[in-house]
Design a protein around this ligand. Structure first.
Ligand code: MN
Length: 440
């Protein structure tokens, strides 16, 4: 687990004044990475660090300051838009880089005069997916989500007997992962109408979101050599927000016997900023299991994981319909959940489990956490749960009702971390709008 250091000091402030704005997601204690270019100029992708409402452009920062050799070496690939190279650095090197950026952006830094011209407004940036995502695996870590969805699909047998032993997952599709702000068309697919025995081919009528976290991998293990719990934390680079859009009607017909396929792979959306594991260090909390539940098998357990394997992150879902947008109404909050309460497994356990058979991960791989639903019904991380399988519509503040998503709906997730004595940090947001299906 990353120890706390000077970069986490709650009293630290930045010469970038917007970093001190109340409830700013990107104070100097955060320093997340994103990949951007100037939207109006298309002037080439590079990596930046979010600070307040600005981006520190690492391409300009490399050429503007006489950095120490090890920092200059690490800046070179970032200046060229390659975050994967930085993710592959050792934990010690990544930490040294964070310390250097923290000092450079701190109030009173002698670098202020040179770096002030390396800032640009986040509002002027076009963001891309933050790194090259080689493979994407989606997990199912919320036992509350697994149970309530299980009840809808299998009322007699909601939670399957493997759930409390195996971190359940499936291999997803990296090619259709988009960055926040990329809208997508409602998918078409095979759907079995209620009471029928043969499917129709039609646009999905039960399009849903799934509120998840994205965890980015920073290690490449040799095939055949698992990453143990002792090394699993070092294999994690950081987290973003993730929407695993799901066509429930397509899913219901196709998912047996091999699991999700076209119900998921039409589009998924990540937030543009990766908050590093080091930035998340102040928000680590114990991982616990109810006494009556089986304890994890030895390869999924460690003292460090029990002491601080979980992370306290509050996650929110917001919805803005087209009528709300046209009427000048902001988005309405649909639900809130907490990653530490929702998840039955920690991220380290996902890494250890994924590799225990010898599977090799690669730097830049992404894990979806699975839908994060809290223990209370109103904490459901999908419309499938909040609308009880479409039986109980949600009423929005303008009187509109929703069971599943309609064309023109914009879904927004936000996330943040708070802990007494520490600066609040945020994950920013992930958003996208559902466009009408293509003509079939
Ligand atoms: Mn999912």
């Amino acid at each position: 687990m990353t120890p706390l250091n000077a970069t986490h000091d709650a009293s630290l402030t930045s010469w970038v004044t917007s970093a001190q704005t109340l409830d700013c997601d990107f104070p100097i204690q955060n320093l997340p990475f994103g990949r951007f270019q100037i939207a109006a100029k298309k002037d080439g992708w590079r990596i930046g660090i979010a600070i307040g409402d600005q981006i520190l452009d690492l391409r300009q920062a490399l050429s503007s300051v006489a950095w120490q050799a090890d920092i200059a070496r690490m800046l070179a690939p970032l200046a060229a838009g390659d975050l994967n190279a930085h993710m592959a650095e050792s934990v010690a090197n990544r930490s040294a880089f964070r310390a250097a950026m923290s000092s450079a952006l701190a109030a009173g830094s002698p670098l202020e005069s040179k770096l002030a011209s390396c800032l640009m407004a986040q509002a002027s940036a076009e963001m891309s997916v933050p790194c090259r995502i080689g493979d994407y695996t989606d997990f199912f870590t919320s036992i509350h989500h697994a149970t309530s969805v299980g009840k809808l699909f299998r009322p007699d047998n909601p939670l399957l007997p493997n759930y409390k032993y195996v971190p359940i997952g499936y291999h997803g599709r990296a090619s259709s992962i988009n960055v926040s702000g990329t809208n997508f068309k409602r998918p078409l697919g095979q759907i079995l109408p209620p009471g029928q025995e043969t499917p129709v081919f039609a646009p999905s009528k039960r399009l849903d979101y799934e509120m998840e976290l994205a965890a980015y991998i920073s290690a490449s293990n040799v095939q055949g050599e698992p990453i143990s719990m002792a090394n699993a934390e070092d294999a994690l680079f950081g987290l973003g927000l993730f929407n695993d859009w799901s066509a429930r009607d397509v899913q219901a017909w196709e998912y047996q016997p091999l699991g999700p396929f076209l119900a998921k792979s039409f589009a998924s959306t990540v937030s543009p900023w990766i908050v590093t594991m080091e930035a998340l260090a102040p928000f680590r909390v114990p991982f616990t299991r109810p006494a009556e539940d089986p304890q994890p098998l030895p390869y999924l357990a460690s003292k460090a994981n029990s002491a601080s394997g979980a992370i306290n992150i509050t996650l929110e879902v917001w919805l803005q319909t087209k009528a709300m947008l046209d009427g000048g109404m902001g988005a309405a909050k649909l639900s809130t959940a907490n990653f530490a309460d929702a998840s039955y497994w920690t991220l380290a356990q996902l890494v250890a489990h994924h590799t225990v058979n010898g599977c090799n991960l690669q730097v830049g791989d992404m894990f979806g956490s699975g839908t994060q639903s809290g223990p209370k019904p109103e904490e459901g991380g999908s419309l499938l749960e909040l609308s009880k399988g479409g039986k109980q519509p949600l009423e929005l503040p303008n009187g509109e009702k929703r069971t599943f998503l309609e064309d023109g709906d914009t879904v927004i997730f936000r996330g943040d971390c708070k802990s007494a004595g520490h600066a609040r940090i945020g994950l920013g947001e992930v958003r996208a709008t559902v466009l009408p299906a293509r003509a079939s």
